[in-house]
Design a protein around this ligand. Structure first.
Ligand code: AMP
Ligand code: MG
Length: 488
């Protein structure tokens, strides 16, 4: 079913361990991503036949695949772990999509590998559904992310707090090289491997740098800029990744590894959902600083190739790293501007944007609904009333709406055009935790229709859809999800 064209498998043996997937006892297809299959030029019907189910569940290795578990290290919650690697996933191979882009086909939950440590190599259905829905939601929002092509039940139990149905998820990414992959070789003083890896990343992901006189510092600069832009996008929609360890930072600069991730409902800058983030290291508002910090080991591993003169190499890398905060601010302000319906840059806009968030916070209001409420074509007074539908105290918004309105009047744009622009940047639907939970609960009862419906609505998050009113709403008190789990 796949026309594999593998390049990572041609790198030296120390980059990975060749593994075979675990044999599932009774594989069954439960989720297929029709749109992604089309993008990859795959026949979606083939996902249901024997060969397709066998390939996507790990029952049989398809022709042309070269399954391997990638080696990598990482800083987990700030603690250095010299050998992590794919402990419950494997790279089946690479294919070229309809746009000519090389994509990795990864199986997750496919059994133990030499990197499994104490883990069982398995994934249960709940985290597979969470990954499927949340990654589709990010994709719908235009945020770079790995995606899920299919989920197969394995027919085997996975033991966590209790026995759950096991699953294998097929993850598609633009590459699975991580900051932790660089750290793995740098820590072993394997400069040759770091250089090979950097060259691999450049030729596969950033070919425009091949001709550069200084490709490695350019690579670092490019990654710093792209990473800052990615995090700005997360921040603009209230997305909390939850496990921003360096092994979860992709050199393809896409959101990867959906563990205890969550979208915030009520805006709270210090919000943490992850059950294992006891110190709040990966809380919402710390994400830009953590992303900055995560680039440091990458810069350090590239030093020997940035310049022959070590001092100069350090200076160049430091300058590149120091550009992160400003780059992030610019990227965030650019998005915030559009979310507030502003076309030109004016002094004071930054304050206007942060005052809006201050008002949302003070009112204890839902972030997504607050942005969407100011995105209507309605006059100001009606907008203010609209806030009453989801928050008790309108006070914090009144002053802000007045200031905002005065600012809007300084631009000659008709309110309909502005409203349309804002609705293209302020989603109506996000992957709300309680909805994801509902989809998982129903799937555990054998009903996957909610998963499909939710993913479908979230694929067009800016467009109001008939019958989907409930998906735009905050959770009721008893539906609120307070904590999310890795599921490992
Ligand atoms: P993550 O928190 O998903 O980024 O995983 C961190 C590390 O733990 C990676 O090396 C994973 O492959 C590994 N890991 C996570 N869950 C399991 C599991 N159930 N079995 C084996 N390894 C795992
Ligand atoms: Mg990971």
């Amino acid at each position: 079913m796949f026309s594999f064209d593998n390049t990572y498998a041609k790198l030296p043996n120390r980059f990975y361990a060749r593994v075979q997937p675990r044999t599932p006892s009774n594989p069954k297809p439960v989720i297929r991503n029709v749109e992604l299959a089309r993008e990859l030029e795959l026949d979606i019907d083939a996902f249901l036949d024997d060969a397709g189910v066998a390939a996507l569940s790990g029952l049989r290795v398809p022709e042309g695949a070269a399954p391997l578990a990638m080696a990598y290290a990482g800083h987990q919650f700030g603690v250095w772990v010299p050998s992590l690697g794919d402990g419950r996933a494997l790279l089946l191979g690479e294919i070229i999509d309809r746009h000519g882009r090389r994509r990795d086909i990864h199986l997750k939950g496919s059994g133990k590998t030499p990197f499994s440590r104490q883990g069982d190599g398995k994934m249960w259905l709940g985290p597979a559904i969470r990954e499927y829905i949340v990654s589709e939601a990010l994709h719908g929002l235009g945020i770079p992310t790995t995606r899920s092509l299919a989920v197969m039940e394995t027919g085997d139990p996975v033991y966590r707090e209790r026995a759950f149905p096991g699953a294998v998820l097929t993850r598609v990414g633009n590459a699975h090289v991580r900051v932790g992959t660089f750290e793995y070789f740098a820590a072993r003083n394997d400069d040759a491997a770091v250089k090979l890896l950097a060259d691999y990343v450049i030729s596969r992901l950033y070919p425009e740098l091949i001709e550069s006189d200084r490709p490695y510092i350019e690579l670092l600069r490019t990654l710093i800029k792209r990473q800052a832009e990615l995090i700005a996008q997360w921040m603009s929609v209230g997305f909390i990744h939850g496990v921003m360890n360096t092994d979860n930072v992709s050199l393809a600069v896409e959101t990867i590894d959906f563990g205890p991730c969550a979208f915030m409902d009520i805006y709270s800058p210090g919000r943490v959902f992850s059950s294992i983030d006891s110190t709040g290291r990966y809380s919402f508002s710390l994400q830009p600083s953590i992303a900055h910090l995560n680039l440091l080991p990458l810069a350090r591993s590239l030093l020997p190739f940035i310049d022959d003169d070590r001092k100069r190499a350090i200076q160049l890398a430091q300058d590149a790293l120091d550009a992160f905060p400003d780059t992030y601010d610019l990227a965030y302000e650019d998005i915030a501007h559009k979310k507030l319906g502003l076309y030109e840059w004016k002094a004071g806009d930054k304050d206007l944007a942060s005052d809006f968030l201050g008002a949302v916070r003070f009112a204890n209001a839902d972030l997504t609904l607050s942005y969407r409420t100011i995105s209507t074509d309605q006059p100001l007074s009606l907008k203010c009333e609209d806030f009453a539908a989801f928050c008790e105290d309108l006070g914090p918004f009144e002053d802000w709406l007045y200031d905002w309105h005065r600012r809007l009047r300084s631009e000659k744009v008709c309110s309909r055009e502005r409203g349309e622009m804002m609705r293209r940047h302020n989603p109506l639907y996000i992957a709300r935790n309680h909805q994801v939970q509902k989809a998982i609960d129903k799937a555990l009862d054998g009903d996957f229709s909610y998963v499909h419906w939710l993913a479908k609505v979230l694929s067009q998050p800016f467009t109001e859809q008939d019958g989907a009113e409930s998906l735009a709403q905050m959770p009721l008190k008893h539906e609120v999800v307070h904590e999310t789990y890795c599921g490992t």
